[in-house]
Design a protein around this ligand. Sequence first.
Ligand code: SF4
Length: 477
Amino acid sequence: MIHEECGLFGIYANGEEEARQAIAHLCYTGLYALQHRGQESAGIAVNSNGVITSRRDVGLVSDVFTPESIGALGENGGGEIAVAHVRYATTGAKRRANAQPLVVKHIKGSLALAHNGNLTNAVELRKTQELGGSIFQSSSDTEVITHTIIQQRLKSSSIEEAVEKAMSYLEGAFSLVLMSRRKLIACRDPNGFRPLCMGKLGKAVVFASESCAFNSIGAEFVRDLKAGEIVIAGEDGIKSITAHCGKKSSLCVFEYVYFARPDSVIDGVSVHDARVRAGEILAKEHPANADVVIGVPDSGLDAALGYSRASGIPFDFGFLKNKYIGRTFIAPNQRDRENSVRIKLNPIAQAVKDKSVVIVDDSIVRGTTSLKIIKMLRESGAKEVHMRLSCPAFLYPCYFGTDIDTSENLIAYRHTLYEIRDIIGADSLGYLSIDALSEITKGCASGLCDACFSGNYPVDVSGAQLKTQFEQDIDTD
Ligand code: SF4
């Protein structure tokens, strides 16, 4: 399966005493809601009276933080500003050095920064920075962003001016939350590849990758950041810089299909609604003569519901998902990935026995998971299995913060539809069309990226490396 990029959370207490006292715990709660966006490391940095304390480590949020470690941040867990992060480590090694937020001191102050995305010019920028004397402690492109901002900070009168200038050098996908001694800043790259939204908790200002994080802390959604926008929360109130706005935006459409939580709303479109619509369209594009529609938990369930509604075939729960392990895709190699499907999903035989089954999943990457799932259904007595995918076939790699691999590693690039059907053991197979992607995201305030399906990259990727390649190259240096 595909690995998600990262989840961001930031809060500026803005004189709201309750938020100030519990700022570390609010981050912890927010990260819990964003855990699906990254399960291999977590971190929180708290700014109390201008002093930044932080904790970051490999593991789930629940592994990294205890009541004691939360209380050790800031002043007994309290402070004026905080940023937090969950990450999927793209290298095999779960390196603590790559966990975020990154906290750095420089001649004009200190900075804590968390990043979601992938720079397409990270290699070039890092080379220039290293030749200029910068020293790196991690293999993450987030450190490249941090150096770029600090270099600009040394020549700027404020942190927001530095971020604005740094954005001219950064290419690719980057949603950021960062804090200085007195300000919390959130920014979204000019293409708006990754989501980022603003909320409020009383007077406190909150930023998060997804709106579901606001619900978890009782905050109210205010708005999404525009592609290219920088929002600053500080003593002077909330300020927005839009100098980098106005470019054709390209939000990752796969956020709707798979990455985001169904209770989130991104750029005006409910993720749940988008998935249900995908299922409805799928039923029209690829009808099946079947007795029951089931979904692969979690992201296939909403689309299965849509397929059922549009086709009139009853919906049922065909799999029980083990809630106590992470997503399948956190397994680091092929063998572990294959075994973890069985640990994660168990078929509910009563729902599929002696039936012709439509099974809806979000995608097929290498085909190994689908093969296992279909085999399990047949072992449970399913007569026929018709596989439907709520997104088009992956044909091209992603350079924008996910690990959708080189074409050679994508099953749809190497095989025809009928070959894939036979490889995974399905009776029929159908993918959502590329045209349907704009239909499922109808009303979206942003343009869309569909490059991994269409090959139409919204930015130049000729010098780009996959995030995995970049980090491996650096690691082996
Ligand atoms: S290439 Fe695919 S996964 Fe990557 S940002 Fe574009 S739509 Fe999302």
